[in-house]
Design a protein around this ligand. Structure first.
Ligand code: IPD
Ligand code: CA
Ligand code: CA
Ligand code: CA
Length: 284
């Protein structure tokens, strides 16, 4: 690990402490009956008081420790607005990834905190406070789950691959209207016809990516995701030895609204070839 900022380790450790305590807010809410659920863009795009409380808690804590740092948080970015992303140390935050799971009390949710410096993703924390699984990585350290090293799978063949293909419903529907279903089903049909082993998708971009990072599934692909869904997880995937690119085969851009990650580049390339690609505007 070679820091690009003299205080980088302190940044990461501070965030780690805050994420762990934020876990308590999520756990306590999860144990109660579901309370008020609001919809944002549609019936599939949800937000709760807990999403907002966790984001406020993380931003307040980090801001108090590092007043000159910047923030890109899902519930603070106003819908559709361009994101301002600078060279300053920037925390990219999804307070609850998997809000639909949270609302339905499906225990697959993650608090995600990524750190960029000079627009390079440097550190990632993905924490499921319900199952108490804490994934961490910094550039050059390797990836860890609860302190133990994890590794992505070595599967190269589609016939041996379990892939998380997410429908990404609200993002696709917002951008492609009624056509989004065709796109999704066409892509799923193509992978079935190409003979992949199965689809397991967990309702959270970050959990899907942690499943790739720990080698449980071999790949994950989604169009329409946002920076906060993937920033933290991207560092962990890379440090776990996985590949992360844009589904059309171009380099991954955290602001590019799409992701394809796998254990091996061979598998990425096969999945990419078997997909119909769609174009999203970069969000920063
Ligand atoms: C969503 C989840 C979901 C993915 C969506 C995301 P949220 O995040 O990651 O798995 O399909 O694209 O928006 O809204 O639950 O934080
Ligand atoms: Ca959301
Ligand atoms: Ca999310
Ligand atoms: Ca969220």
């Amino acid at each position: 690990f070679t820091a690009v900022h003299p205080d980088e380790q302190k940044f990461f450790n501070t965030a780690l402490g805050l994420v762990k305590s934020a876990g308590r807010i999520v756990r306590e809410a999860f144990e109660q009956p579901a309370s008020a659920v609001e919809t944002k863009s549609s019936n599939t795009d949800l937000v709760t008081e807990t999403d907002r409380a966790v984001e406020r808690y993380l931003i307040d804590g980090l801001h108090a420790a590092f007043p000159d740092h910047k923030f890109i948080g899902e519930e603070s970015v106003s819908g559709g607005a361009k994101i301002e992303w600078t060279d300053a140390p920037t925390w990219i935050i999804d307070p609850i990834d998997g809000t639909t799971n949270f609302v339905h009390r499906i225990p697959l949710i993650a608090i995600c905190v990524g750190l960029s410096i000079n627009k390079e993703l440097r550190g990632g924390i993905v924490y499921n406070p319900i199952t108490n699984e804490l994934y961490t990585a910094q550039v050059g350290t390797g990836a860890f789950k609860n302190g133990f090293p994890i590794h992505a799978s070595s599967t190269q063949e589609l016939s041996k691959a379990v892939i998380a293909i997410s429908l990404g419903i609200h993002n696709l529907r917002e951008s492609f209207g009624a056509k989004w279903t065709d796109l999704n089903f066409e892509n799923q049909r193509k992978l079935v016809q190409a003979g992949f082993r199965g689809n397991r998708s967990f309702g959270s971009a970050a959990i899907n990516m942690m499943m790739v990072a720990q080698g449980s599934v071999d790949g994950y692909i989604e169009y329409g995701i946002h920076a906060w869904d993937v920033a933290a997880a991207a560092v962990i995937i890379r440090e776990a030895g996985g590949t992360i690119i844009s589904p059309d085969g171009s380099p991954f851009n955290v602001m590019g609204r799409c992701v394809l990650c796998t254990g091996t580049p061979q598998l990425s390339s096969t999945i990419s070839t078997n997909f119909t690609h769609v174009q999203f505007q970069a969000e920063a």
